[in-house]
Design a protein around this ligand. Structure first.
Ligand code: ACM
Length: 541
Protein backbone atom coordinates (compact mmCIF):
# COMPACT_ATOMS: atom_id res chain seq x y z
CA UNK A 1 0.00 0.00 0.00
CA UNK A 2 2.99 2.23 0.70
CA UNK A 3 1.02 5.29 1.74
CA UNK A 4 2.93 8.55 2.32
CA UNK A 5 2.57 10.13 4.83
CA UNK A 6 2.24 6.87 6.72
CA UNK A 7 -1.18 6.43 8.36
CA UNK A 8 -1.46 5.93 12.10
CA UNK A 9 -3.02 2.45 11.88
CA UNK A 10 -3.45 0.07 8.96
CA UNK A 11 -5.10 -3.33 9.17
CA UNK A 12 -5.67 -5.72 6.24
CA UNK A 13 -9.13 -7.32 6.40
CA UNK A 14 -7.83 -10.04 4.12
CA UNK A 15 -5.66 -10.64 1.07
CA UNK A 16 -8.26 -9.61 -1.53
CA UNK A 17 -9.24 -6.45 -3.35
CA UNK A 18 -12.43 -4.56 -4.09
CA UNK A 19 -12.82 -3.50 -7.73
CA UNK A 20 -14.09 -0.06 -8.67
CA UNK A 21 -15.82 0.05 -12.04
CA UNK A 22 -18.20 2.10 -14.18
CA UNK A 23 -21.08 0.84 -12.02
CA UNK A 24 -19.50 1.92 -8.72
CA UNK A 25 -21.71 4.57 -7.20
CA UNK A 26 -20.83 7.34 -4.83
CA UNK A 27 -23.00 7.89 -1.76
CA UNK A 28 -22.51 11.38 -0.42
CA UNK A 29 -23.47 12.08 3.18
CA UNK A 30 -23.88 15.42 4.91
CA UNK A 31 -20.60 17.36 4.94
CA UNK A 32 -19.15 15.20 2.15
CA UNK A 33 -20.05 17.36 -0.86
CA UNK A 34 -16.61 18.96 -1.22
CA UNK A 35 -14.72 15.68 -1.18
CA UNK A 36 -17.27 14.15 -3.56
CA UNK A 37 -16.69 17.03 -5.99
CA UNK A 38 -12.91 16.60 -5.75
CA UNK A 39 -13.18 12.85 -6.13
CA UNK A 40 -15.42 13.01 -9.19
CA UNK A 41 -13.24 15.71 -10.76
CA UNK A 42 -9.78 14.39 -9.98
CA UNK A 43 -10.20 10.63 -9.58
CA UNK A 44 -12.92 10.71 -12.22
CA UNK A 45 -10.45 12.24 -14.70
CA UNK A 46 -7.68 9.76 -13.83
CA UNK A 47 -9.85 6.65 -13.91
CA UNK A 48 -12.59 7.55 -16.36
CA UNK A 49 -15.11 6.30 -13.79
CA UNK A 50 -18.31 8.32 -13.42
CA UNK A 51 -18.91 7.79 -9.67
CA UNK A 52 -22.63 8.27 -10.23
CA UNK A 53 -24.83 9.19 -7.26
CA UNK A 54 -25.95 6.16 -5.26
CA UNK A 55 -27.59 5.53 -1.93
CA UNK A 56 -25.53 4.05 0.84
CA UNK A 57 -27.09 0.57 0.89
CA UNK A 58 -25.97 -0.78 -2.45
CA UNK A 59 -23.14 -3.22 -2.72
CA UNK A 60 -21.03 -1.53 -5.39
CA UNK A 61 -20.81 1.77 -3.56
CA UNK A 62 -18.16 4.05 -2.19
CA UNK A 63 -19.71 5.80 0.81
CA UNK A 64 -18.50 9.18 1.97
CA UNK A 65 -19.66 10.54 5.29
CA UNK A 66 -18.72 12.79 8.17
CA UNK A 67 -19.11 10.77 11.33
CA UNK A 68 -19.25 12.18 14.89
CA UNK A 69 -17.80 8.91 16.21
CA UNK A 70 -14.73 9.48 14.04
CA UNK A 71 -14.57 13.10 15.21
CA UNK A 72 -14.50 11.87 18.81
CA UNK A 73 -11.80 9.31 18.19
CA UNK A 74 -9.62 10.93 15.54
CA UNK A 75 -10.53 14.63 15.48
CA UNK A 76 -11.86 16.78 12.65
CA UNK A 77 -8.84 16.08 10.43
CA UNK A 78 -8.93 12.33 11.10
CA UNK A 79 -10.59 9.68 8.97
CA UNK A 80 -11.42 6.00 8.86
CA UNK A 81 -11.36 4.05 5.60
CA UNK A 82 -12.92 0.61 5.47
CA UNK A 83 -12.71 -1.38 2.27
CA UNK A 84 -14.73 -4.60 2.41
CA UNK A 85 -15.94 -7.04 -0.26
CA UNK A 86 -19.37 -5.46 0.23
CA UNK A 87 -18.23 -1.91 -0.45
CA UNK A 88 -15.99 0.88 0.75
CA UNK A 89 -16.74 3.48 3.40
CA UNK A 90 -14.68 6.57 3.99
CA UNK A 91 -15.69 8.45 7.15
CA UNK A 92 -14.13 11.76 8.14
CA UNK A 93 -14.06 13.37 11.56
CA UNK A 94 -14.97 16.51 9.61
CA UNK A 95 -14.96 17.61 5.98
CA UNK A 96 -11.16 18.06 6.16
CA UNK A 97 -10.59 14.56 7.56
CA UNK A 98 -12.75 13.16 4.80
CA UNK A 99 -10.67 14.97 2.22
CA UNK A 100 -7.41 13.64 3.67
CA UNK A 101 -8.93 10.17 3.59
CA UNK A 102 -9.67 10.63 -0.11
CA UNK A 103 -5.96 11.39 -0.63
CA UNK A 104 -5.12 8.04 0.97
CA UNK A 105 -7.71 6.34 -1.20
CA UNK A 106 -6.11 7.82 -4.30
CA UNK A 107 -2.72 6.41 -3.29
CA UNK A 108 -4.28 2.97 -2.75
CA UNK A 109 -5.55 2.99 -6.35
CA UNK A 110 -2.00 3.07 -7.70
CA UNK A 111 0.20 5.63 -9.48
CA UNK A 112 -2.03 6.00 -12.53
CA UNK A 113 -4.69 7.51 -10.26
CA UNK A 114 -2.39 10.58 -10.29
CA UNK A 115 -2.78 11.16 -14.03
CA UNK A 116 -5.23 13.57 -15.63
CA UNK A 117 -6.76 11.10 -18.07
CA UNK A 118 -7.18 7.32 -17.97
CA UNK A 119 -4.66 5.03 -19.64
CA UNK A 120 -6.32 2.46 -21.88
CA UNK A 121 -7.23 -0.87 -20.33
CA UNK A 122 -6.57 0.06 -16.69
CA UNK A 123 -8.66 -1.51 -13.95
CA UNK A 124 -9.04 0.00 -10.51
CA UNK A 125 -9.08 -1.78 -7.20
CA UNK A 126 -8.64 -1.08 -3.51
CA UNK A 127 -7.04 -3.49 -1.04
CA UNK A 128 -9.39 -4.84 1.65
CA UNK A 129 -8.20 -2.70 4.49
CA UNK A 130 -9.07 -0.59 7.50
CA UNK A 131 -7.06 2.61 7.89
CA UNK A 132 -7.49 4.93 10.85
CA UNK A 133 -5.51 8.10 10.69
CA UNK A 134 -5.10 11.60 12.04
CA UNK A 135 -2.38 14.25 11.86
CA UNK A 136 0.24 15.00 14.48
CA UNK A 137 0.20 18.76 13.84
CA UNK A 138 -2.53 21.21 12.85
CA UNK A 139 -0.05 23.41 10.90
CA UNK A 140 1.59 21.41 8.12
CA UNK A 141 3.00 24.11 5.94
CA UNK A 142 4.85 24.92 2.79
CA UNK A 143 6.24 28.39 2.19
CA UNK A 144 6.79 29.39 -1.40
CA UNK A 145 8.79 32.50 -2.31
CA UNK A 146 7.18 33.90 -5.46
CA UNK A 147 9.03 37.22 -5.07
CA UNK A 148 12.56 36.16 -6.04
CA UNK A 149 11.21 34.22 -8.98
CA UNK A 150 7.57 34.64 -9.91
CA UNK A 151 5.52 31.50 -10.21
CA UNK A 152 2.57 32.05 -12.53
CA UNK A 153 -0.88 31.34 -11.16
CA UNK A 154 -1.16 27.94 -12.86
CA UNK A 155 1.98 26.83 -11.07
CA UNK A 156 0.64 27.96 -7.70
CA UNK A 157 -2.61 26.05 -8.25
CA UNK A 158 -0.50 22.99 -9.13
CA UNK A 159 1.51 23.38 -5.92
CA UNK A 160 -1.73 23.49 -3.93
CA UNK A 161 -2.70 20.19 -5.59
CA UNK A 162 0.71 18.76 -4.69
CA UNK A 163 0.33 19.92 -1.10
CA UNK A 164 -3.11 18.30 -0.88
CA UNK A 165 -1.71 15.00 -2.17
CA UNK A 166 0.73 15.13 0.78
CA UNK A 167 -1.91 16.20 3.35
CA UNK A 168 -0.26 19.59 3.88
CA UNK A 169 -2.69 22.30 4.93
CA UNK A 170 -0.98 25.72 5.24
CA UNK A 171 0.35 27.57 2.21
CA UNK A 172 2.58 30.43 3.35
CA UNK A 173 2.62 32.74 0.36
CA UNK A 174 5.76 34.95 0.40
CA UNK A 175 4.40 37.70 -1.82
CA UNK A 176 6.87 40.56 -1.45
CA UNK A 177 10.60 41.06 -1.24
CA UNK A 178 13.42 43.28 -2.46
CA UNK A 179 13.25 41.57 -5.86
CA UNK A 180 9.52 41.83 -6.54
CA UNK A 181 6.01 42.72 -5.37
CA UNK A 182 3.51 40.09 -6.52
CA UNK A 183 0.02 41.06 -5.37
CA UNK A 184 -2.20 43.72 -6.91
CA UNK A 185 -3.13 46.46 -4.42
CA UNK A 186 -5.77 48.60 -6.08
CA UNK A 187 -5.08 51.81 -4.19
CA UNK A 188 -1.33 51.61 -4.92
CA UNK A 189 -1.03 50.61 -8.59
CA UNK A 190 2.70 51.34 -8.77
CA UNK A 191 3.41 48.41 -6.44
CA UNK A 192 2.76 46.15 -9.40
CA UNK A 193 3.37 48.58 -12.30
CA UNK A 194 6.89 49.25 -11.02
CA UNK A 195 7.46 46.74 -8.24
CA UNK A 196 6.50 43.51 -9.99
CA UNK A 197 9.40 43.28 -12.44
CA UNK A 198 13.12 43.82 -12.82
CA UNK A 199 15.11 44.34 -15.98
CA UNK A 200 17.64 41.57 -15.34
CA UNK A 201 18.44 38.91 -12.75
CA UNK A 202 21.55 37.43 -11.19
CA UNK A 203 21.85 33.86 -12.46
CA UNK A 204 23.09 31.68 -9.61
CA UNK A 205 24.05 32.76 -6.11
CA UNK A 206 25.24 36.36 -5.80
CA UNK A 207 28.82 35.02 -5.98
CA UNK A 208 28.06 34.12 -9.60
CA UNK A 209 29.23 36.43 -12.39
CA UNK A 210 26.29 35.55 -14.59
CA UNK A 211 23.23 37.64 -15.39
CA UNK A 212 20.01 36.67 -17.08
CA UNK A 213 19.73 39.72 -19.29
CA UNK A 214 15.97 39.80 -19.76
CA UNK A 215 13.06 41.27 -17.81
CA UNK A 216 11.58 39.04 -15.15
CA UNK A 217 8.28 39.66 -13.42
CA UNK A 218 4.62 39.00 -12.91
CA UNK A 219 1.95 39.45 -10.29
CA UNK A 220 -1.39 38.05 -9.22
CA UNK A 221 -4.47 40.18 -9.79
CA UNK A 222 -6.94 40.29 -6.93
CA UNK A 223 -9.14 37.86 -8.85
CA UNK A 224 -6.15 35.52 -9.27
CA UNK A 225 -5.68 35.64 -5.50
CA UNK A 226 -9.38 34.93 -4.93
CA UNK A 227 -9.08 31.93 -7.25
CA UNK A 228 -5.95 30.68 -5.46
CA UNK A 229 -7.59 31.07 -2.04
CA UNK A 230 -10.73 29.26 -3.22
CA UNK A 231 -8.73 26.44 -4.84
CA UNK A 232 -6.82 26.07 -1.56
CA UNK A 233 -10.00 26.13 0.54
CA UNK A 234 -11.54 23.35 -1.56
CA UNK A 235 -8.46 21.34 -0.54
CA UNK A 236 -8.67 22.35 3.14
CA UNK A 237 -5.55 24.45 2.77
CA UNK A 238 -5.30 27.85 4.43
CA UNK A 239 -3.34 30.50 2.55
CA UNK A 240 -1.29 32.69 4.92
CA UNK A 241 -0.09 35.73 2.96
CA UNK A 242 3.21 37.40 3.80
CA UNK A 243 3.96 41.06 3.23
CA UNK A 244 7.54 41.42 4.45
CA UNK A 245 8.20 44.58 6.53
CA UNK A 246 10.18 46.62 7.48
CA UNK A 247 13.13 44.96 5.66
CA UNK A 248 13.04 43.10 2.33
CA UNK A 249 11.10 46.04 0.95
CA UNK A 250 13.19 47.47 -1.88
CA UNK A 251 10.59 46.66 -4.56
CA UNK A 252 7.96 48.66 -2.65
CA UNK A 253 10.41 51.56 -2.15
CA UNK A 254 11.26 51.51 -5.86
CA UNK A 255 7.54 51.94 -6.54
CA UNK A 256 6.90 54.56 -3.83
CA UNK A 257 10.23 56.22 -2.93
CA UNK A 258 8.70 58.08 0.02
CA UNK A 259 8.50 54.74 1.86
CA UNK A 260 12.29 54.63 2.15
CA UNK A 261 14.77 56.53 4.31
CA UNK A 262 14.82 59.61 2.12
CA UNK A 263 17.02 61.52 4.57
CA UNK A 264 19.79 58.94 4.10
CA UNK A 265 19.68 57.97 0.45
CA UNK A 266 18.09 59.14 -2.77
CA UNK A 267 15.31 56.55 -2.87
CA UNK A 268 14.12 57.85 -6.25
CA UNK A 269 17.20 56.22 -7.76
CA UNK A 270 16.26 52.74 -6.51
CA UNK A 271 14.91 50.01 -8.75
CA UNK A 272 13.61 46.54 -8.03
CA UNK A 273 16.69 44.61 -6.94
CA UNK A 274 18.31 42.35 -9.53
CA UNK A 275 20.71 40.61 -7.13
CA UNK A 276 20.45 38.32 -4.08
CA UNK A 277 21.28 38.91 -0.44
CA UNK A 278 19.81 41.33 2.07
CA UNK A 279 19.16 44.83 0.80
CA UNK A 280 20.05 47.74 3.11
CA UNK A 281 17.08 49.67 1.70
CA UNK A 282 14.43 49.27 4.37
CA UNK A 283 11.22 51.11 5.17
CA UNK A 284 11.35 54.42 6.98
CA UNK A 285 9.76 54.26 10.46
CA UNK A 286 7.31 57.08 9.73
CA UNK A 287 3.59 57.57 10.15
CA UNK A 288 3.36 57.77 6.37
CA UNK A 289 4.80 54.25 6.07
CA UNK A 290 2.41 52.87 8.70
CA UNK A 291 -0.61 54.41 6.95
CA UNK A 292 0.56 53.11 3.59
CA UNK A 293 0.88 49.54 4.84
CA UNK A 294 -2.43 49.73 6.70
CA UNK A 295 -3.86 50.37 3.25
CA UNK A 296 -2.05 47.33 1.88
CA UNK A 297 -3.25 45.13 4.75
CA UNK A 298 -6.83 46.41 4.42
CA UNK A 299 -6.97 45.03 0.89
CA UNK A 300 -5.15 41.89 1.95
CA UNK A 301 -7.68 41.09 4.68
CA UNK A 302 -10.43 41.29 2.08
CA UNK A 303 -8.62 38.67 0.00
CA UNK A 304 -7.30 36.25 2.61
CA UNK A 305 -9.65 34.84 5.28
CA UNK A 306 -6.72 33.29 7.19
CA UNK A 307 -6.59 34.00 10.94
CA UNK A 308 -2.82 34.48 10.66
CA UNK A 309 -1.28 37.24 8.56
CA UNK A 310 2.51 37.10 8.13
CA UNK A 311 4.38 40.41 8.32
CA UNK A 312 7.89 39.09 7.73
CA UNK A 313 10.12 41.05 10.10
CA UNK A 314 13.28 39.14 9.17
CA UNK A 315 16.71 40.47 8.32
CA UNK A 316 15.91 44.16 8.61
CA UNK A 317 19.31 45.82 8.31
CA UNK A 318 19.40 48.79 10.67
CA UNK A 319 22.20 50.83 9.10
CA UNK A 320 19.93 53.38 7.41
CA UNK A 321 17.95 53.84 10.64
CA UNK A 322 21.23 54.48 12.50
CA UNK A 323 22.08 57.25 10.06
CA UNK A 324 18.58 58.68 9.65
CA UNK A 325 17.70 61.74 11.77
CA UNK A 326 14.01 60.87 11.26
CA UNK A 327 14.49 57.34 12.60
CA UNK A 328 16.61 58.60 15.50
CA UNK A 329 13.97 61.18 16.37
CA UNK A 330 11.39 58.42 16.45
CA UNK A 331 13.58 56.33 18.77
CA UNK A 332 13.82 59.31 21.12
CA UNK A 333 10.11 60.03 20.91
CA UNK A 334 9.21 56.41 21.65
CA UNK A 335 11.76 56.19 24.45
CA UNK A 336 13.14 52.89 23.13
CA UNK A 337 16.82 52.10 23.52
CA UNK A 338 17.86 51.41 19.95
CA UNK A 339 16.93 50.38 16.42
CA UNK A 340 15.71 46.96 17.63
CA UNK A 341 13.16 48.83 19.71
CA UNK A 342 12.12 50.68 16.60
CA UNK A 343 11.56 47.44 14.76
CA UNK A 344 9.56 46.07 17.74
CA UNK A 345 7.44 49.23 17.64
CA UNK A 346 6.84 48.80 13.90
CA UNK A 347 5.81 45.14 14.24
CA UNK A 348 3.83 45.91 17.41
CA UNK A 349 1.83 48.50 15.49
CA UNK A 350 0.64 45.87 13.04
CA UNK A 351 0.05 43.34 15.79
CA UNK A 352 -2.40 45.76 17.41
CA UNK A 353 -3.87 46.70 14.05
CA UNK A 354 -4.44 43.07 13.01
CA UNK A 355 -5.77 42.04 16.45
CA UNK A 356 -8.32 44.84 16.29
CA UNK A 357 -9.58 43.23 13.08
CA UNK A 358 -9.83 39.73 14.52
CA UNK A 359 -6.61 38.43 12.97
CA UNK A 360 -3.30 37.31 14.43
CA UNK A 361 0.16 38.44 13.45
CA UNK A 362 2.89 35.94 12.66
CA UNK A 363 6.45 36.85 11.76
CA UNK A 364 9.97 35.44 11.45
CA UNK A 365 11.81 34.94 14.74
CA UNK A 366 13.53 38.35 14.58
CA UNK A 367 10.21 39.80 15.76
CA UNK A 368 11.11 38.55 19.24
CA UNK A 369 13.94 41.09 19.37
CA UNK A 370 12.90 44.13 21.34
CA UNK A 371 9.78 42.45 22.72
CA UNK A 372 6.67 40.97 21.13
CA UNK A 373 2.96 41.49 21.74
CA UNK A 374 1.32 38.53 23.53
CA UNK A 375 -0.98 37.25 20.78
CA UNK A 376 1.66 37.15 18.05
CA UNK A 377 3.16 33.92 16.72
CA UNK A 378 6.63 33.18 15.45
CA UNK A 379 8.08 31.27 12.48
CA UNK A 380 11.30 29.88 13.97
CA UNK A 381 13.81 29.79 11.12
CA UNK A 382 17.25 30.50 12.64
CA UNK A 383 17.41 27.08 14.22
CA UNK A 384 15.33 26.05 17.21
CA UNK A 385 16.30 28.93 19.51
CA UNK A 386 13.63 31.38 18.40
CA UNK A 387 10.94 28.74 18.74
CA UNK A 388 12.11 27.76 22.21
CA UNK A 389 12.26 31.38 23.38
CA UNK A 390 8.86 32.11 21.87
CA UNK A 391 7.14 29.04 23.36
CA UNK A 392 8.67 29.76 26.77
CA UNK A 393 7.30 33.29 26.56
CA UNK A 394 3.85 31.88 25.77
CA UNK A 395 3.81 32.53 22.02
CA UNK A 396 2.65 30.02 19.44
CA UNK A 397 5.36 28.91 17.05
CA UNK A 398 5.78 27.22 13.70
CA UNK A 399 9.06 25.35 13.49
CA UNK A 400 10.94 25.80 10.21
CA UNK A 401 14.65 25.79 11.11
CA UNK A 402 16.86 26.48 8.12
CA UNK A 403 19.21 23.68 9.16
CA UNK A 404 16.51 21.12 8.30
CA UNK A 405 13.65 22.38 6.19
CA UNK A 406 15.01 25.11 3.92
CA UNK A 407 14.56 23.29 0.66
CA UNK A 408 16.70 25.73 -1.32
CA UNK A 409 19.68 24.11 0.38
CA UNK A 410 21.41 21.41 -1.64
CA UNK A 411 20.25 17.86 -1.12
CA UNK A 412 23.54 16.06 -1.76
CA UNK A 413 27.23 16.81 -1.62
CA UNK A 414 28.00 16.11 -5.27
CA UNK A 415 29.53 18.46 -7.84
CA UNK A 416 26.43 17.73 -9.96
CA UNK A 417 23.98 19.43 -7.60
CA UNK A 418 22.53 22.42 -9.46
CA UNK A 419 23.56 25.79 -7.96
CA UNK A 420 24.42 24.23 -4.60
CA UNK A 421 23.85 26.49 -1.61
CA UNK A 422 23.81 26.19 2.15
CA UNK A 423 23.85 23.00 4.14
CA UNK A 424 23.64 19.51 2.67
CA UNK A 425 20.20 18.32 3.67
CA UNK A 426 19.36 14.93 2.27
CA UNK A 427 16.01 13.21 2.08
CA UNK A 428 16.99 11.30 5.22
CA UNK A 429 17.96 14.52 7.07
CA UNK A 430 14.53 15.99 6.38
CA UNK A 431 12.88 12.72 7.33
CA UNK A 432 14.67 12.74 10.69
CA UNK A 433 13.75 16.35 11.47
CA UNK A 434 11.93 16.64 14.81
CA UNK A 435 9.84 19.81 15.02
CA UNK A 436 9.31 19.86 18.79
CA UNK A 437 12.40 21.15 20.61
CA UNK A 438 13.28 18.64 23.35
CA UNK A 439 13.85 21.37 25.93
CA UNK A 440 10.20 22.43 26.00
CA UNK A 441 8.12 21.39 29.01
CA UNK A 442 4.85 19.49 28.48
CA UNK A 443 2.99 22.77 29.17
CA UNK A 444 5.00 24.57 26.46
CA UNK A 445 4.75 21.88 23.77
CA UNK A 446 1.19 22.83 22.71
CA UNK A 447 2.59 26.21 21.62
CA UNK A 448 4.20 24.38 18.71
CA UNK A 449 1.39 24.74 16.19
CA UNK A 450 3.33 22.66 13.73
CA UNK A 451 6.00 22.93 11.14
CA UNK A 452 6.64 24.09 7.61
CA UNK A 453 9.17 23.65 4.83
CA UNK A 454 10.39 26.83 3.16
CA UNK A 455 11.19 27.17 -0.53
CA UNK A 456 13.23 30.31 -1.25
CA UNK A 457 13.64 30.73 -4.97
CA UNK A 458 16.75 32.85 -5.61
CA UNK A 459 18.37 29.99 -7.52
CA UNK A 460 15.14 28.45 -8.84
CA UNK A 461 14.38 30.25 -12.06
CA UNK A 462 11.47 28.09 -13.14
CA UNK A 463 9.01 25.46 -12.01
CA UNK A 464 11.36 22.59 -12.87
CA UNK A 465 13.98 23.99 -10.49
CA UNK A 466 11.34 24.46 -7.77
CA UNK A 467 10.22 20.86 -8.27
CA UNK A 468 13.80 19.62 -8.10
CA UNK A 469 14.55 21.34 -4.80
CA UNK A 470 11.16 20.58 -3.26
CA UNK A 471 10.80 16.92 -4.19
CA UNK A 472 11.27 14.29 -2.97
CA UNK A 473 12.09 16.08 0.29
CA UNK A 474 8.55 17.45 0.67
CA UNK A 475 7.30 13.85 0.90
CA UNK A 476 9.64 13.23 3.85
CA UNK A 477 8.57 16.53 5.37
CA UNK A 478 4.88 15.60 4.97
CA UNK A 479 5.47 12.48 7.02
CA UNK A 480 7.24 14.53 9.72
CA UNK A 481 4.28 16.90 9.87
CA UNK A 482 1.51 14.29 9.67
CA UNK A 483 2.66 11.03 11.22
CA UNK A 484 3.10 10.76 14.99
CA UNK A 485 6.21 9.00 16.20
CA UNK A 486 5.93 5.83 18.27
CA UNK A 487 8.58 7.49 20.47
CA UNK A 488 10.95 10.43 19.90
CA UNK A 489 13.65 9.56 17.39
CA UNK A 490 11.97 6.39 16.19
CA UNK A 491 11.49 7.10 12.53
CA UNK A 492 12.16 4.12 10.27
CA UNK A 493 13.94 5.62 7.26
CA UNK A 494 14.46 2.23 5.58
CA UNK A 495 10.70 1.70 5.55
CA UNK A 496 10.12 5.24 4.27
CA UNK A 497 12.62 4.67 1.44
CA UNK A 498 10.86 1.45 0.54
CA UNK A 499 7.51 3.28 0.39
CA UNK A 500 9.17 6.04 -1.65
CA UNK A 501 9.67 3.66 -4.57
CA UNK A 502 5.87 3.65 -4.97
CA UNK A 503 5.74 7.37 -4.30
CA UNK A 504 8.24 8.21 -7.07
CA UNK A 505 5.82 6.58 -9.50
CA UNK A 506 3.02 8.78 -8.16
CA UNK A 507 5.23 11.86 -8.60
CA UNK A 508 6.07 10.70 -12.14
CA UNK A 509 2.37 10.44 -12.94
CA UNK A 510 1.87 13.94 -11.53
CA UNK A 511 4.71 15.29 -13.69
CA UNK A 512 6.89 16.38 -10.77
CA UNK A 513 10.51 16.99 -11.76
CA UNK A 514 11.96 15.65 -8.50
CA UNK A 515 15.60 14.85 -7.82
CA UNK A 516 16.09 11.14 -8.56
CA UNK A 517 17.80 9.15 -5.78
CA UNK A 518 20.78 8.66 -8.09
CA UNK A 519 21.28 12.39 -8.63
CA UNK A 520 20.19 15.02 -11.12
CA UNK A 521 19.25 14.13 -14.67
CA UNK A 522 21.49 15.84 -17.25
CA UNK A 523 19.02 18.65 -17.85
CA UNK A 524 18.62 19.21 -14.11
CA UNK A 525 22.28 20.23 -13.77
CA UNK A 526 23.47 23.83 -14.04
CA UNK A 527 27.14 23.43 -14.89
CA UNK A 528 29.17 26.60 -14.37
CA UNK A 529 26.52 28.41 -12.30
CA UNK A 530 27.96 29.23 -8.89
CA UNK A 531 26.17 28.45 -5.68
CA UNK A 532 27.49 28.85 -2.17
CA UNK A 533 28.08 25.44 -0.70
CA UNK A 534 29.07 25.93 2.89
CA UNK A 535 28.94 23.38 5.65
CA UNK A 536 28.71 24.44 9.26
CA UNK A 537 28.33 28.15 8.54
CA UNK A 538 25.12 30.13 8.34
CA UNK A 539 24.46 30.25 4.61
CA UNK A 540 23.23 33.86 4.52
CA UNK A 541 21.56 33.40 1.21
C1 ACM B 1 14.41 34.05 6.19
O1 ACM B 1 14.90 33.02 5.77
N1 ACM B 1 14.98 35.21 5.97
C2 ACM B 1 13.18 34.05 6.96
Amino acid sequence: MDVIPEPARTHRHGPGFRELGPGTGLSVGKGADGTARWLRGTLGAATGLPFAPADGDGDDVLRLSVDPAVTGELGAEGYRLDVLPTGAHLAGGGPAGLFWGAQTLRQLLGPDAFRRAPLPGRTWRLPLVRIEDSPRFGWRGLMLDVARHFMPKEGVLRYLDLMAAHKLNVFHFHLTDDQGWRVEIERYPRLTEVGSWRSRTKFGHRASELWEEKPHGGFYTQDDIREIVAHAAERHITVVPEIDVPGHSQAAIAAYPELGNTDVIDTTSLSVWDNWGISPNVLAPTDNTLRFYEGVFEELLELFPSEFIHVGGDECLKDQWRRSPTAQARIAELGVTDEDGLQAWFIGHFDTWLSARGRRLIGWDEILEGGLAPGAAVSSWRGYAGGVAAARAGHDVVMCPEQYVYLDHRQADGADEPVPIGYVRTLEDVYRFEPVPPELTPEQVPHVLGTQANVWTEVMEDQGRVDYQTFPRLAAFAEVAWTSLPAPGERDFADFERRMSAHYRRLDALGVAYRPPTGPRPWQRRPGVLGRPIEGTPPNR
